[in-house]
Write a protein of this length. Structure first.
Length: 78
């Protein structure tokens, strides 16, 4: 029994369309995963513990402590 050419073409088009939809869905999921990872990495960089402002505040605090210790060592009441 031989299949008609129209049936073969219809099966081929259906298979190609299904494969195309599966590839599109996989690509969309992969792009979503990449965006998620980018946001995750960006949030690590914006952590206040590691920001420049926090570093500057910590340095200013350390300088103030050093001034107080120097004043104590020199016999001056801070």
């Amino acid at each position: 029994m031989m299949m008609e050419p129209l049936s073969i073409a219809l099966i081929g088009v259906t298979v190609l369309a299904s494969l195309g939809l599966a590839a599109y869905a996989g690509l969309k999921a992969f792009r979503g995963w990449i965006d998620f990872k980018r946001l995750e990495l960006a949030s690590l960089g914006s952590d206040p513990e590691y920001s420049n402002a926090a570093d500057l505040i910590e340095i200013a605090d350390l300088k103030e402590r050093i001034r107080k210790l120097e004043a104590i060592a020199a016999g001056i009441d801070p």
